[in-house]
Design a binder for this molecule. Structure first.
Ligand SMILES: NC(=O)c1ccc[n+]([C@@H]2O[C@H](COP(=O)([O-])OP(=O)(O)OC[C@H]3O[C@@H](n4cnc5c(N)ncnc54)[C@H](OP(=O)(O)O)[C@@H]3O)[C@@H](O)[C@H]2O)c1
Length: 295
């Protein structure tokens, strides 16, 4: 190979190539899951999207799946049920001989607490008596943590086939965690932040154990700052997109704005395609963690 020929390797379409990859994005019908889905599908991947609400998924496939090099295929599933995850894995296994990319993105938020009380009785009233229950904590953990474990392990054989069948490619799991799992502030939602810290550690454990089993799979997590979604904007429009006014973030984060589709696209394409990345947390937050200094 001549020196000039090696230049080819550095082309964007080679470095970030996801053409003909088969992917599954949980919670692909809105917010960050939709951003991940578009990032992969417009660059040629066949992307299965899942969530509990069939209409949302159908709308996404209809709006974003046409006239692009890849595909978007909706399948309804609830990733907090082992039975539903198994059904999803069986359905995808019946259609595909391999899975190259699994993005565990589905997640929920948790109850809001006021934490600013300085009187112990008031703080107790708010945190112990008022706002939350064991059941709520369990629900958040089930959706944001436990399902990462079961969804990942359900797809191990299919992911491994993806590695075996593509030279130079190791299949990959990307968990969408959060900067909320890194900073020490509860941000008024203890259960959510605890669940995201657990998701980051679970990513590390899975990466370690899977590589210890000599499987050539990569498990990483993306920890976003604030991006517009049904979770953060409370809603989405007829295109399944959400909006957060830029002004809300001026002075609150070095980037002076919430994250954009393109910011998430870059993070997703880097994380899935970089064959040398394993067990890591990719923070995409406009400098929030840096600025708050709360790690
Ligand atoms: N947006 C942010 O600023 C931000 C920042 C850091 C981390 N994150 C993380 O990013 C991920 C995506 O959230 P988002 O902000 O994009 O919010 P979102 O728009 O509410 O998206 C969450 C998606 O997950 C799906 N989902 C929820 N529970 C599910 C279940 N049991 N089974 C299957 N699908 C389920 C929802 O669809 P259905 O309700 O139809 O099931 C929804 O489409 C979450 O893990 C969140 O914690 C978000």
């Amino acid at each position: 190979m001549s020196a000039q020929d090696t230049n080819q390797k550095f082309k964007l379409e080679n470095v970030f190539n996801v053409k003909d990859r088969v992917a599954l994005v949980t919670g692909g019908g809105s917010g960050i899951g939709l951003m991940a889905t578009q990032s992969l599908a417009v660059n040629g991947a066949k992307v299965y999207i899942t969530g509990r609400t069939g209409e949302k998924l159908e709308r996404v496939a209809e709006l974003y799946g046409k006239n692009i090099p890849g595909q978007i295929i909706p399948i309804t599933a609830d990733i907090t049920s082992k039975e539903s995850i198994k059904k999803l894995a069986d359905e995808i296994s019946s259609k595909e001989s391999k899975l190259h990319i699994l993005i565990n993105n589905a997640g929920i938020s948790s109850a809001h607490h006021t934490t600013e009380y300085e009187d112990p009785k008031e703080l107790q009233e708010e945190l112990f008596h008022n706002t939350t229950t064991f059941e709520e904590w369990e629900n958040v953990m089930r959706t944001n943590v436990t399902q990462l474990f079961f969804t990942t392990t359900a797809f191990l054989p299919l992911l491994n086939k993806g590695t075996e069948e593509e030279r130079g490619w190791s299949s990959t799991v990307v968990n969408i965690s959060s900067i909320s799992g890194i900073i020490k502030s509860a941000q008024h939602h203890f259960a959510y932040n605890a669940s995201k810290a657990a998701a980051i550690h679970l990513t590390k454990m899975l990466a370690h154990e899977i590589t210890s089993s000599k499987l050539k799979l990569r498990v990483n997590n993306i920890a976003p700052g604030v991006f517009p979604s049904e979770m953060t904007a409370n809603d989405s429009d007829e295109k399944q997109k959400s909006t957060i006014p830029k002004e809300n973030f001026e002075g609150k984060v070095p980037a002076d704005r919430p994250g954009k589709d393109e910011d998430m696209a870059g993070a997703v394409l880097f994380t899935v395609s970089n064959q040398y990345l394993n067990g890591q947390t990719i923070v995409v937050d406009g400098g929030y963690v840096l600025a708050t200094g709360t790690v």
